[in-house]
Write a protein that binds this ligand. Structure first.
Ligand SMILES: [Zn+2]
Length: 408
């Protein structure tokens, strides 16, 4: 299922990347789903890889939550036996390698993989083994070093989040670097998982929380207040906290200094200003958001109160560029590679085509992702050096006469 960029976008595919919001069960290859389904007797809506891939995309694009969730029933169904989890995890790392990802945090919910008798611990070990196998193949056969890490998700609608937080803490040694809450956001605030969140905080397990995807400011505020999230999964509904005002209203002193009183400016509320000023990273996943109506359209952001805003249905309407240009710590992610038929490469290509992003933006977005990642500071420094060297060479190759350096 790996997408190959057209020759003119080969340079984007080859850029070294960092990926932070990537669901293991959202990125299974169609052929793998078919192979395992045949072995375990699971019924699928299509019997060949091409039709199945198409079915996943259509279901995810249908604007029907029921059909969208059905897609995960099939991927989760084939990730129950130990050998299948190992296979899916190993293949996921190869996808990261094809995507140019050097470091990837991949999330999944162990509690959804116990139907064939695995324990939570068995499941984490299986994924760790798959990641190690995949990384070895990527390094030895593809010449691509990939560092995959696990983020463990507890499902918000269930009541075992404390157990999952403990599982995460107990498995640092196997490459678990974070804890997340996934599943239905509306009606299940992070505050309802206080014990789990406290446990993670007290044991220094970094927290990222899905917030601002299917719900708005209350959920984001709870992720910050009770969740003490170091990053926000999506976070795009933070734009509900923006308002567009005339300068006369927003800053009368500017008018005194000669500004046009009718000129419009974007004003941030306290929550969005906090997230921006503290540089709390947003794991933005534009393609996924367009499918689930998660993001408000830039045509209505700041002009309508509350959740009544028009939804972004086209890439050009997605607030990713608005957030980035406004100074938020934006990172770019695929969310579900299969359902959204996407990758970091493909998101970068869309950013290039839609907002004319080029290497300086990709460099900055990737550096943001390194800073936002849950790796150790020494690793961050060495990864940043690798990125800096790559971009320097890339820029030098483009402008042989000039001695320009990326990011300097
Ligand atoms: Zn997600």
């Amino acid at each position: 299922m790996s997408q190959t960029a057209t020759p003119s976008y080969k340079w984007i595919e080859q850029l070294p990347k960092v990926c932070l919001h990537d669901h293991l069960d959202g990125g299974v290859s169609p052929q793998t789903i078919i192979d395992i389904s045949q072995e375990i007797g699971h019924e699928l809506p299509a019997d060949n890889a091409e039709d199945l891939k198409k079915w996943f995309e259509e279901a995810a694009d249908s604007r029907s939550l029921v059909r969208y969730l059905e897609t995960f029933e099939h991927t989760v169904a084939v990730m129950q036996r130990r050998e299948d989890l190992v296979r899916v995890a190993a293949e996921h790392v190869l996808e990261l390698a094809f995507d140019g990802v050097l470091y990837g945090e991949v999330r999944w919910a162990p509690e959804q993989h116990l139907q064939a008798g695995l324990s939570l611990q068995d499941a984490v070990e299986a994924v760790a083994e798959g990641f190690a196998q995949g990384a070895a193949v990527a390094r030895d056969r593809m010449g691509k070093p990939v560092m995959p890490r696990q983020i463990l998700c507890a499902m918000r609608q269930n009541n075992n989040s404390l157990e999952i937080a403990k599982l995460a803490v107990a498995n640092r040694g196997l490459g678990v670097v974070g804890f997340d809450l996934a599943g239905p956001e509306k009606g299940f605030l992070p505050a309802q998982h206080q014990e789990a969140l406290d446990y993670a905080v007290k044991h220094y397990m970094p927290i990222t929380l899905h917030a601002g995807e299917a719900d708005s400011l209350e959920s984001i505020a709870s992720a910050i207040h009770e969740g003490r999230a170091l990053r926000l999964g999506h976070g795009v509904q933070i734009t509900d906290d923006f308002s567009i005002l005339k300068i006369a209203e927003a800053s009368p002193e500017a008018v005194e200094q000669g500004a046009d009183p009718d000129q419009e400016v974007m004003k941030l509320g306290l929550l969005s200003a906090w997230i921006k000023d503290r540089q709390i990273p947003l794991e933005v996943c534009p393609c996924s958001n367009l499918q689930t109506d998660a993001a408000a359209s830039t045509t209505s952001i700041g002009r309508v109160n509350g959740g009544e805003q028009e939804r972004a249905r086209a890439y050009a309407q997605h607030p990713v560029d608005l957030l980035y240009r406004s100074g938020f710590a934006v990172t770019i992610n695929p969310d579900n590679r299969l359902m959204s038929n996407t990758s970091v490469t493909s998101e970068f290509i869309k950013l290039h085509e839609t907002f004319r992003y080029d290497w300086p933006e990709f460099f900055e977005l990737t550096m943001n992702a390194v800073d936002a990642s849950f790796m150790q500071i020494e690793q961050k420094r060495s990864l940043k050096q690798i990125l800096q060297d790559y971009y320097n060479e890339f820029v030098a190759a483009q402008n042989p006469q000039e001695d320009s350096k990326a990011g300097e």
